[in-house]
Design a protein around this ligand. Structure first.
Ligand SMILES: [Zn+2]
Length: 164
């Protein structure tokens, strides 16, 4: 028994029903979504999408980090992305702690994480505003690329567009 046996078993079933969709790696709906790693978020389901439609970029807090920017550049120029939705969510763990809290927690386990930036979110609206500006102002993405933000409510399933 390994820690991953359940996954291989499930995949064997999946592959038996799987037919090559003929999809390419391009985003069929021209969309990239930046969202959180929170396990309650089903980005394809909540946006009416299916496999092949969109690039989904996930990290803790749905933050626009250097690596997210790098990935968006590739998604736009190589993989058919023509619009970007940044989608944080309610009840996000990243909005409940500070970087110092995380450092203190890991220290209790004997690990020094002070060289990591966790990009915790003291103010979710402010963080979203900042992240949208980061995408809109990067010199590496085309001018006029549609970029918007919306908060996903994990209790209602509803998406509320951000005013930013
Ligand atoms: Zn989250």
């Amino acid at each position: 028994m390994s820690a991953f046996d359940d996954l291989y078993a499930a995949n064997a079933k999946f592959a038996r029903r799987f037919g090559d969709s003929g999809l390419t790696g391009r985003a069929a709906r021209g969309l990239a979504v930046v969202t959180c790693m929170d396990s309650r978020i089903d980005p394809l389901g909540l946006l009416g999408l299916k496999a092949g439609d969109a690039k989904i970029l996930r990290n803790a807090g749905a933050r626009v980090t250097d690596d997210v920017l790098r990935t968006l550049v590739l998604a736009v120029y190589l993989l058919g992305v023509e619009r970007v939705l940044v989608m944080p969510h309610t009840d996000c763990g990243m909005a409940k702690v500070t970087d110092s809290d995380v450092h203190a927690l890991t220290k209790e386990r004997g690990v020094d994480t002070r060289s990591l930036e966790f990009h915790t979110v003291p103010d979710q609206n402010e963080a979203l505003r900042h992240d949208l500006i980061r995408i809109r102002s990067t010199p590496f993405l085309p001018e006029g690329l549609p970029v918007t933000g919306a908060i996903y409510d994990v209790r209602t399933g509803r998406l509320t567009p951000s005013p930013h």
